[in-house]
Design a protein around this ligand. Sequence first.
Ligand code: PMP
Length: 433
Amino acid sequence: MTTDDLLARHRAVLPSWMALYYDEPMEIVSGSGRRVTASDGRTYLDLFAGILTNGIGYDLPEISDAVRSQVDTGVLHTSTLYLIRKQVELAEKIAALSGIDDAKVFFTCSGTEANEAALLLATEYRRSSQVLAMRNSFHGRGFASMAVTGNRGWSASALSPLQVHYVHGGYRYRSPFRHLSDADYVQACVDDLVDVLDTATAGDVACMIAEPIQGVGGFAHGPDGLFGAFAKELSQRGILLIADEVQTGWGRTGEHFWGIQAHGVVPDAMTFAKGLGNGLTIGGVVARAGLMDCLQANSISTFGGNPLSTAGAHAALTYLLDHDLQANCAARGDELFAGLRALDLPVVGDVRGKGLMIGIELVGPGGEPNAPAAALALQRARENGILIGKGGLYGNVLRIAPPMTLTADEAAEGLAALTATLRSVQAEVTPTP
Ligand code: PMP
């Protein structure tokens, strides 16, 4: 069967709203290290890691062997009604790493379910269905997680059991406060938050949910300390803070293990998924015990925390800690940021992010979002041998988030390919006189 046949069958039987990358979509057929081979016969340096799911890279013996030894038992999974050794060991590790006192962990199969669970806990604990979220955020596809998604392109339904209020702060580049100093920007966002709490709510808000760096929103963020300043206002009112670490966790930002740590605050709960399983389906919530244990009724996930995913995730977490991949994210990130910031091309409006989470916002002559340039860049990047991502409220941001094991040579190779890509996009979008 050719890729074209597969594409036709995909289009016939899968939903129209499941977007595929590229005019000629590819099937990834194998991977090794930071490279994947696709159905077009080419091998690419992967600078997007499958939307950060392959946090470590491909075909790593430590992880494959851990999964294989579970496969060899003959039991892929039965049910979470039975004890699962690796589930307990992984929960202990994550609880200890969370920085949350007396932490407990609930495992899910995805980031969406993790956020649904966290929002369920917070709204139940506070007996309120009012929630604060950030503009330009993305938290998933469920009824609660989509309701707190402040990005029109990903909010397919306006129907939700939650009453959500969106606040400023996460997307500084296009914020009305963007020209302010860091301190004044933070104060303006806090004033906005207080205004929303005092004027748009009955004051009994359950929680705020926020991404420390907005992933789907184009790796956008505010200054360090923003969420610490928010937390002061929230905690005075008993409002809980949930950090969505689905993209920012596990050291990817280089400076910290969790993205929220840049803000000097320990949240009441964090959600995670993507990179933890290095491709296996796993997500979860880590929260202080009082919050986690607030549900009175039973609630299990049939597959959340299954032996296969937890074996792989436990091996992945062990690997990333043993090899200090957080430090590698910082070092490789510095190299990529330095090279990209030196480019000085008019089509590049902003280069932002942290560590190996780099957003490149493409703009038109008046600074307006340039989505066609981003679509072109994705294609040119493929031609130049690299896989990158796209995102942002306007679809005009390139997202660079390679596996956290990226080597210095690969960073240099990636930078050269990105440079060639951006230069050719600049030449193609500039009208010839
Ligand atoms: N939260 C964030 C910050 C995400 O980036 C995503 C996925 N893009 C999700 C939640 C949802 O995760 P999943 O697709 O695994 O349900």
